[in-house]
Design a protein around this ligand. Sequence first.
Ligand code: NIG
Ligand code: FE
Length: 415
Amino acid sequence: METLVITNIGRLMTPLGTSAKRGAAQGMVRTLDHSWVRIEDGLIAALGTGEPEVPPEAQVLDAGGRLATPGLVDAHTHLIFGGWRQNELGLKLHGVPYLDILAQGGGILSTVRSTRAASQSELADKARLALDEMLSFGTTTCEAKSGYGLDTENELKQLRAIRDLSESHPMDLVPTFLGAHALPEEYKEDRAEYVRLLCQEMIPAVASEGLAKFCDVFCETGVFTAEESRQILEAGRQHGLLPKIHADEIDPIGGSVLAGEMGAVSAEHLIVCPPEGIVGMARGGTIACLLPATSFYLGAAFAPARDMIDAGVPVALATDFNPGSCPCLNMQLVINLGCLKYRMTPEEVLTAATLNGAAAVRLADRIGSLEPGKWGDLVLWEAEDLDYLCYRMGSNLVHTVVKRGRPFSAARQLF
Ligand code: NIG
Ligand code: FE
């Protein structure tokens, strides 16, 4: 048996449980000072305060009085893509709106061209570098969407790249099929035919290879209507893919209301979520997966997180890492923005970036909190308490990431 005992933790902070936390419960976390954690064969076996018993064969990691939290869960990324889009920065600075760039064949469609031109292994190699960086910033599980192929062959290529990475990288990956990310140029004049292709060819092909857990749709002006989104998500559900929705990012065209009606696992973005969407999500048990780095990058408003928490909607936080609206994979920045722009407390933010993110990828029984039986995924921070982690900005405060009981140390000294 492989045993790792982490000793001398100054403060351990974790939400508790195996489901998303909502309302006041989102801000309730357990604090254990002067604590330890024992991980056996990648699973948390025990934790407590005071001096631990250390089995003779165990590996010991001295936390040096640092803060420990669960590994961060990034529940929304567009991990697999060819190229970048730095050329759009100038357009943005000249005030060209995001949806205009897309309507002119740029934006997502320009990444589709680069992604189609790349091989599966080129896509995986590029994404592997991103995963290394994410791990070094404290993310131990991430969701990864397709959505830059927009035809059967290239969507499958992206999802197979995710599967290859799952098998070869320490990061745990959760795959999502997002063939409904944009209308490909070749179907510009025939939307109904692309929706038919999604429902009758792409979704069945993805499901039969077991390549995705979720089906997602970009429900937005000029992309997919609420009615088309419903059709696509229902087709996904019939093939065992659980629904997620990019909703109310730029225009409120009914995405969050649809999410609530369908009992979607999560709705994402929600920058302009109307009150009826919040009520609907609370009723449908949908998690609001908020992406503050995207709001920041687009110069947009910030989602009404406090209204959501007050209405009993569980809030998760994620990066939205992608080459257009958010070329950022750093969950620590997301944590800062969660406090500063959403006015969430550090405890609410911790739950959002761990347990509620885990619930948004339907893994809350395995990850998202430090409790016996869960995977041994945790971070030791260059921080004495949670306030410090939320307050510092722009540095990488990771000291050590422990992934399924295996420690990865940051190779530098912070002050
Ligand atoms: O979540 N909104 C749609 N999709 C991504 C952006 C993708 C891109 O611009 O390449 C998002 O923001
Ligand atoms: Fe997204």
